[in-house]
Design a binder for this molecule. Sequence first.
Ligand SMILES: Nc1ncnc2c1ncn2[C@@H]1O[C@H](COP(=O)(O)OP(=O)(O)O)[C@@H](O)[C@H]1O
Ligand SMILES: [Mg+2]
Length: 182
Amino acid sequence: MKELSLHILDITQNSIRAEAMLISLTVNESSAENNLTIVIEDNGKGIPAEKLQTIADPFVTSRTTRKVGLGLSLFKAAAEGCDGFFEITSILGVGTKVTGSFRRDHIDRAPLGNMADTIVTMVMSFGEADLFYEHNCNQQKFIMDTREIKETLGVTSLNELDILNWIREFVKEGLEEIMEEK
Ligand SMILES: Nc1ncnc2c1ncn2[C@@H]1O[C@H](COP(=O)(O)OP(=O)(O)O)[C@@H](O)[C@H]1O
Ligand SMILES: [Mg+2]
């Protein structure tokens, strides 16, 4: 995929399909370690152990609408193609954790893409489910928690134009701040 944010979006959709109510997205970027790591963790229904072993192989899917599952295998291939690694762990009935790590300056490493738009798209598609988003860049941290936003606004759904626009700006400005060279 052209942008890592598209992988992120795709993998969170697995979590939603697995009936997760909380999805945690962590992005860690470090110039010193020359590394970009994405972790997506959910409290969905989990994956049986026997299925977990082959889950990131191409052509594995439980869906019937499309013959091949590609989301995880594409993410795995992207990470491994950039001197990184992919890992998936899951506990049935507890949740699933997907990690993709990239050498940050690898020539084939796709750009992260527009995270503000991606977060808004995620929030729109999440229904009642919540998102905890943490982005670390060279010792600087940005955090967004939809549970907190809902509580502050006194609403149960963030699926409203004004709120979504506010979230977009909040993420955009927050990320600009942590990406500044200091
Ligand atoms: N977070 C998750 N929780 C539970 N099951 C998952 C999760 N992620 C992936 N799976 C299972 O692994 C399969 C393969 O996922 P993926 O590679 O994204 O392909 P696809 O979504 O097209 O099936 C899914 O169909 C689903 O059964
Ligand atoms: Mg998928």
